[in-house]
Design a protein around this ligand. Sequence first.
Ligand SMILES: *[C@@H]1O[C@H](CO)[C@@H](O)[C@H](O)[C@H]1NC(C)=O
Ligand SMILES: *[C@@H]1O[C@H](CO)[C@@H](O)[C@H](O)[C@H]1NC(C)=O
Ligand SMILES: *[C@@H]1O[C@H](CO)[C@@H](O)[C@H](O)[C@H]1NC(C)=O
Ligand SMILES: *[C@@H]1O[C@H](CO)[C@@H](O)[C@H](O)[C@H]1NC(C)=O
Ligand SMILES: *[C@@H]1O[C@H](CO)[C@@H](O)[C@H](O)[C@H]1NC(C)=O
Ligand SMILES: CC(=O)N[C@H]1CO[C@H](CO)[C@@H](O)[C@@H]1O
Length: 358
Amino acid sequence: MSGIKLWWIEGAFTILLLLVPGNLGWGKEGHYATCKIAESAIKSRTHGNYDKKILDCLTLEYFDLGKSSIRIDQNLFLANQSFLSEEALKAVKELVPESAEGDLASVCSWPDEIKHRYNWRWTSELHYVDTPDFRCNYDYCRDCHDSSGVKDNCVTGAIYNYTEQLVTGYNSSNSLVKYNLTEALMFLSHYIGDVHQPLHVSFTSDEGGNTITVRWYKRKTNLHHVWDSDIIESAMKTFYDKDLDVMISAIEKNITDKWSNDISSWTNCTSGDEVCPDPWASESIKYACNYAYRNATPGTTLGDDYFLSRLPVVEMRLAQGGVRLASTLNHIFDSTPSIAHKLAYFGNIQPTCDTAST
Ligand SMILES: *[C@@H]1O[C@H](CO)[C@@H](O)[C@H](O)[C@H]1NC(C)=O
Ligand SMILES: *[C@@H]1O[C@H](CO)[C@@H](O)[C@H](O)[C@H]1NC(C)=O
Ligand SMILES: *[C@@H]1O[C@H](CO)[C@@H](O)[C@H](O)[C@H]1NC(C)=O
Ligand SMILES: *[C@@H]1O[C@H](CO)[C@@H](O)[C@H](O)[C@H]1NC(C)=O
Ligand SMILES: *[C@@H]1O[C@H](CO)[C@@H](O)[C@H](O)[C@H]1NC(C)=O
Ligand SMILES: CC(=O)N[C@H]1CO[C@H](CO)[C@@H](O)[C@@H]1O
């Protein structure tokens, strides 16, 4: 009897754990997609295909395997070799854990896998940033802190942090590398994905939609989980043959076609910096207000109307996250600006907050 009771309690506890998703960021699929898109943007630079328009938009270049892109002359490609840094790809391959076999996407969910472990619990608040209820805006100095008020402990602060670690630590000759750059790369890649998930930059009191219980078609879930996973999973089932790679290819195709004119505005940062999580976070809270929260009050059943009107937003955010991750990594690992030069701008981009203002 007591054995059965214990089993039941354990079972219930396990189910409870499964039902409490916490602030997960994109689910596994979303993170895989973001990193895969970024990787093919880097990787394909070694191939002979590119789209000139897109290429010109990135300070380094963005090559794409898209079928519609222009095939360029191999000699022309070689002539531009010095401009085409392959350092980002090399560095990524060097830094990812051995188990990844050179594939960044395969470890992009690592920060989610570890964040509940005792030693890593401090990282769990780095996946999101809470903004004031119903204000629909974001401000680094006002919002970037953890629940006990420690400044910079939020997703945008973490993006600055790990960018800086990689810039200062990678290839550093002074062997004063304080940080584990394998971890820095996995955190950076993951958090750039997270900051593009609208409900990772959203209201404080509903915990980014975690406390808003809704139905996704027939199933009970919460709004945060809808944006992390349910929309992506339904899209895979409905449009992409249940295959994430098919979905990623469709997104990549739109990056070269439909969005090719937008890449420049996706990768332009204030004052020429290549990591600029603050504007990305500002976009997210706008999408949260205009799309995620809209018509999704507690108890609502979300179905076709919601799914079909929000899916384009999800797909675009995955695309933007991937393109911006690629662009950020290109800049971090490019050797042409010297480390000193990079430090000068990477080191100073994090907003300096007046301590009195919080
Ligand atoms: C920055 O990274 C270090 C090393 O992982 C960590 O101890 C620190 O808490 C991080 N801070 C932020 C804001 O990410
Ligand atoms: C760096 O971090 C990874 C992932 O946590 C770990 O497997 C590896 O052992 C660490 N490397 C060092 C030198 O501590
Ligand atoms: C790509 O763009 C087309 C045309 O706007 C759109 O119908 C389609 O849903 C988009 N697909 C993805 C994956 O973004
Ligand atoms: C980036 O591009 C967008 C769209 O073209 C523009 O509105 C914005 O002002 C640009 N930002 C910067 C910092 O140049
Ligand atoms: C790293 O160091 C090597 C050898 O000094 C140099 O050729 C390369 O350009 C450097 N890369 C970066 C990213 O600084
Ligand atoms: C993107 C880029 O730098 N393209 C250049 C490649 O090289 C040719 C000829 O050397 C230039 O005309 C392109 O502008």
